[in-house]
Design a binder for this molecule. Structure first.
Ligand code: ARG
Ligand code: ZN
Length: 500
């Protein structure tokens, strides 16, 4: 029996099919153009008074500042903001009414003197912003929520910024696929798929993987609906009218794009896994038995990965299965998102995707890309882990993947990506093969030392391709360094080395 050649196929084919469909006039296309200049994105005109929020005070509308909006990500110049560092998000969501009512408290520290600063927020109506409990002036311009403190912040000041907002979240157009990103509302419930730019659809923040933080997410849902979010369930409280609040806490560092919530007809499990990791799945209740049987593989895969990569980095792990077909799976932190299509792919292949998403918890979630251009570090490593695991189980073969690679389309240099090609096949396949080529060249001992150094040095933080090459050079010298460079930068994909 022939199985689909790679998990990436399912995703990539859909993505390719729709690139011609023209998401061309979405916001990120503009962003790409801006990125060709060396400067930070050009300042757009300050919001005109007619656009200003009714609650904004009379004070002159603060301008969108080129230095403060964006962290300098070439592919996504508007993602994230400069001038501060977020330590924690406390997100309270109430889904019991017609619209989402929300409060997010962002605890941040100024890294420079600031007479104003930005948070990323798309759509929603902002009812008020307060700093340490005092109402302040704010303005909005596209994805920028511009906040003017009553007195300028001084470098080192730590403040709590409370944003009260409501509405129906508007998903953000995804340049790389036919999906909307961020908070999604369906008949059966809601889920979140943000990578790379959708987080601002449901909470205000510093939406870039270079600024990780802890998250406490509380979700109030009507009777009979369950709510799941990253980390550990701290408690469930009943409100009296039947509504229930689920309080989820993640004290580990998390990038904004990996934060998620799902609400719906779910059964939430809670089991002791290896090394104290809580295994918590959220499966559609009507199919609970068959879905939980599929997810039997979670613990053995986790054990394989712990063996190879070291301790699992977070407090819990599990999968949320939603009833819709999604055409992708996603490594939301501690709570990988699976659509019905991917979980039902057949045992081996579904397990291979499970291995892929779980591997991202080390490669992508623990160590995140410092620029979206470095996405191959996420997808190449997750593909490597997925294939290495599947090859160990006897149902995948590296040489077969190498032989098939050209049929997946462009296998050009790995850093040549744009917002529309961020998840193209080469990022996965050339990336994964390049990492296996490194292993075959330097041997398992040096290869494992590369993994160990990479994960230890950049844990809870973000790193670039150059950071990775520095680790490879340090441990393997020119032998590994030249192979890895060829796989990343050469115009043609190098020949795949035979097992040494
Ligand atoms: N990181 C996901 C995976 O490899 C793919 C995400 C697709 N994202 C998107 N924006 N279309 O499994
Ligand atoms: Zn992936």
């Amino acid at each position: 029996m022939r199985r689909p050649a790679a998990l990436v196929l399912a995703f990539t084919v859909v993505a390719v099919a729709c690139t011609s469909g023209g998401l061309d006039d979405s916001a990120d296309t503009t962003a790409t153009t801006a990125a060709t200049t060396t400067e930070a994105p050009t300042t757009t005109a300050p919001s005109t008074t007619s656009e200003a929020e009714p609650t904004t005070t009379e004070a002159a509308a603060p301008e969108v500042s080129a230095e403060l909006s964006g962290v300098g990500d070439e592919l996504f110049p508007l993602l994230g903001n400069s001038g501060y560092d977020v330590a924690a998000y406390e997100i309270d969501l109430d889904l019991t009414g017609d619209e989402l009512m929300a409060t997010t408290v962002v605890s941040l520290t100024a890294t420079q003197d600031l007479d104003r600063f930005h948070l990323d927020l798309v759509g929603m109506t902002v009812d008020g912003v307060a700093i340490d409990g005092e109402a302040v002036t704010f303005d909005r311009d596209e994805r920028e929520l511009i906040i003017t403190p009553n007195a300028p912040l001084t470098e080192g000041d730590a403040v709590a910024v409370t944003v009260s907002y409501r509405g129906t979240p508007e998903p953000v157009a995804d340049d790389a696929g036919p999906f909307a990103l961020g908070w999604q509302t369906r008949e059966w419930g809601t889920f979140v798929a943000s990578e790379p730019s959708g987080a601002a659809s449901w909470f205000p923040g510093n939406d870039h993987p270079t600024d990780k933080a802890t998250f406490r997410i509380s979700v109030t849902v009507p009777e009979g609906v369950a709510a799941v979010a990253p980390g550990l369930l701290e408690g469930i409280e009943e409100r009296g009218d039947g509504a229930v609040t689920y309080r989820w806490v993640s004290d580990r560092q998390m990038a904004t794009y990996l934060a998620s919530v799902a609400t719906g007809p779910f059964t939430i499990t809670d089991d002791a896994g290896p090394d104290g990791v809580v295994i918590r799945h959220a499966v559609v209740t009507a199919r609970a038995d068959d879905l939980l049987a599929d997810l039997d593989s979670t613990v053995p895969i986790l054990e394989w990965m712990v063996d190879r990569f070291g301790a699992y980095p977070f407090e819990s792990y599990g999968v949320v299965t939603v009833p819709d077909d999604l055409a992708f799976a996603l490594e939301n932190q501690t709570l990988s998102l699976f659509g019905a299509d991917f979980i039902d792919f057949g045992d081996d292949f579904a397990d291979q995707i499970e291995a892929h998403e779980l591997a991202h918890h080390w490669f992508g979630n623990l160590v995140s890309p410092a620029r979206w251009q470095d996405i191959w570090l996420n997808e190449g490593w997750a593909t490597w882990a997925e294939y290495a695991w599947a090859a160990d189980q006897g149902f995948a073969d590296w040489d077969e993947l190498a032989a098939e690679a050209p049929f997946f389309g462009d296998m050009g240099p790995l850093l040549e990506v744009t917002p529309t090609t961020l998840f193209d096949a080469k990022v996965y396949i050339r990336g994964g093969l390049g990492i296996e080529a490194l292993r075959r060249t330097v041997g398992d001992e040096a290869f494992d030392a590369v993994i160990d150094t990479w994960l230890t040095r950049f844990a809870d933080s973000a790193a670039t391709t150059d950071d990775f090459l520095a680790v490879v050079d340090e441990i393997t010298g020119d032998e590994g360094g030249s192979v890895m460079r060829a796989w990343i930068f050469d115009d043609e994909m190098p020949a795949f080395p035979a097992e040494g």
